[in-house]
Design a protein around this ligand. Structure first.
Ligand code: GLN
Length: 236
């Protein structure tokens, strides 16, 4: 019998996991289990090659030095790139947008080649962007405002193959003056929103899960705690 367990890749939590971004994998697992699916988190550390066979992947934010280590590892073991090519959903938070892009410049001005899964480039901005973000999504399948907490110096410019995830209504977002937040390209969704983002934005969590499972609909999950959190965060 085929193994029906949904496998969630938590990619490099040892170097990329600021602000509890590993919580995104927990949210995915919990929303699956509450609906009766078997689900497990597979942690991929700097000691492991990156498997290409998982159902959905999440990557968190990082400080500049830690994200350099992650970039080198993902370039050496291209399992994430192969998984995205076959359409596996990938959620990339903050520094992960930069790492998955074409290149990024660190705060000290060093340019680092990314793994080119996203057609974006990132350069440090004059000031660090810190605080709450609220946005209006521009992506099919998302209808509710997205909220999160941002803390980044990098500003991300989208190339021709990348689209913005959302339009900023409060906060900074990608930070290069186009009013956009995040990036969508193929099966990869990137956002500067910590939170963790999927705790605050259940619609985004379910969009990733629908893609991971290959289904159009999921049983509704009406959780009062999540509704309360959303009300609080939309009142900034
Ligand atoms: N080091 C990156 C920056 O400052 C990303 C920060 C983060 O992931 N929170 O832009």
């Amino acid at each position: 019998m085929p193994d029906s367990t949904v496998r969630i890749g938590l990619v490099l939590p040892d170097v990329m996991g600021t602000y509890g971004d590993g919580g995104n994998a927990l949210i995915l697992r919990q929303r699956l289990r509450m609906r009766g699916y078997d689900a497990e988190i597979v942690e991929i550390t700097l000691n492991d090659p990156v498997p290409e066979s998982l159902d959905v992947y999440t990557l968190g934010g990082a400080e500049d030095s830690a994200q350099r280590l992650a970039t080198r590892h993902l370039a050496k073991y291209p399992g994430l790139q192969k998984a995205a090519e076959r359409g596996a959903p990938v959620l990339a938070i903050c520094a992960a947008i930069q790492v998955l892009g074409n290149w990024y410049e660190t705060s000290s001005g060093e340019r680092v080649e990314g793994v080119s899964m996203l057609d974006v480039t990132t350069s440090p901005q004059a000031t660090r962007s810190i605080g709450e973000v609220i946005t209006t999504p521009r992506m099919d399948g998302l209808t509710q405002p997205l909220t999160g907490f941002e803390n980044h110096r990098g500003g991300t410019t989208l190339g021709a193959d990348a689209r913005g995830l959302a339009r900023v209504t409060h906060g900074v977002g990608n930070g290069v003056g186009d009013g956009l937040e995040g990036v969508v390209q193929g099966s990869v969704i990137g956002t500067y929103m910590h939170g963790p983002a999927l705790a605050r934005n259940p619609e985004l969590a379910d969009l990733l899960l629908k893609r991971a499972l290959g289904v159009d609909e999921l049983a509704p999950l009406d959780l009062p705690e999540v509704a309360q959190l959303r009300r609080e965060r939309l009142r900034v």
